[in-house]
Design a protein around this ligand. Structure first.
Ligand SMILES: [Cu+2]
Length: 274
């Protein structure tokens, strides 16, 4: 069992370990490598589910959470091939903008693998070639705010922390939880900007996985408040390509060999703010 911990400074022991494993798989050019896995989400694989739809699949279904859980797990498995004790960290964007571990261009005199990665996509994978390093424009893509929390305030809506607390504590049914939660990543993708703002390239930015790890943790905390099996029965055995798993097989994270360390991560207080 590994514990997924919060993103911390690059010299924290779990971050050093994660960064080293990440550097290793980023350098692999085969199916064990970061670029291959990054290609599942948008181009060239286009397997991801958002807002009950996946490209190339003519079915409407709430597969967003299980698909992204299986996706994070695939990356974690690739990292664990390098270092069996490594786990994915989660970025608590209710507290921080881009964390230094992801924002720094260099760490300890070496290039920081979490800062970005090379994209190399050519037709027919994409309409026109994308061959460059990933980029971010934090606060771009919408009026500039100091942090994502301020962005939510501007709309007269909840802060991100309030919204997360509300979702975990006050929304009992999976359908509402899923649909409300999906608005949060949309906002964060736009706030990070650059490649994160496009489904086609988002997963090539390493921060994608720290962001979705936070989403997965919110789902886990929601499950812990209720029961892990609260998921539409009709979707339980649907395939989640390309992972060879079903939603029913990813509901219980302990069965996948990981957990979120609750003690290091106080759950935001509940609220009825939406
Ligand atoms: Cu996605």
């Amino acid at each position: 069992m590994v514990y997924r911990l919060k993103v911390a400074s690059p010299d924290a022991p779990h971050m050093e370990r994660f960064i080293e494993a990440f550097r290793t798989i980023q350098a692999l050019n085969d199916s064990r490598g970061y670029h291959h896995i990054a290609g599942f989400h948008g181009a060239p694989g286009n397997f991801c589910w958002h807002h009950q739809a996946a490209r190339g699949v003519g079915v409407t279904a709430r597969m967003f959470l299980p698909w992204h859980r299986a996706y994070l797990y695939a990356l974690e498995q690739a990292l664990q091939d390098v270092d069996p004790g490594v786990s994915l960290p989660w970025w608590d964007w209710t507290e921080d903008g881009i964390p230094p571990a992801y924002g720094a261009e260099q760490i300890g005199g070496e290039s920081n693998p979490l800062h970005g990665s090379e994209i190399d996509l050519t037709p027919p994978q994409v309409g026109s070639p994308i061959q460059r390093r990933t980029a971010r424009r934090p606060g771009g893509g919408m009026p500039v705010f100091a942090n994502p929390r301020a962005d939510m305030d501007q709309d007269g809506r909840a802060t991100l922390a309030e919204m997360v607390g509300y979702l975990i504590h006050a929304v009992p049914d999976f359908e509402t939880f899923n649909d409300e939660l999906e608005h949060v990543p949309d906002r964060m993708h736009v706030w990070v900007g650059g490649d994160m703002a496009s489904v086609t390239t988002a997963a090539y930015d390493p921060i994608f996985f720290a962001h979705h790890c936070m989403i997965d943790r919110i789902w886990y905390l929601w499950q812990m408040q209720r029961d892990v099996d609260r998921f539409p029965t009709a979707l339980r055995d649907s395939p989640l390509p390309p992972f060879g798993r079903t939603p029913g097989q990813v509901l219980n994270v302990q069965e996948l060999g990981y957990e979120y360390a609750l003690m290091s991560a106080p759950v935001p207080p509940g609220g009825s703010v939406l």
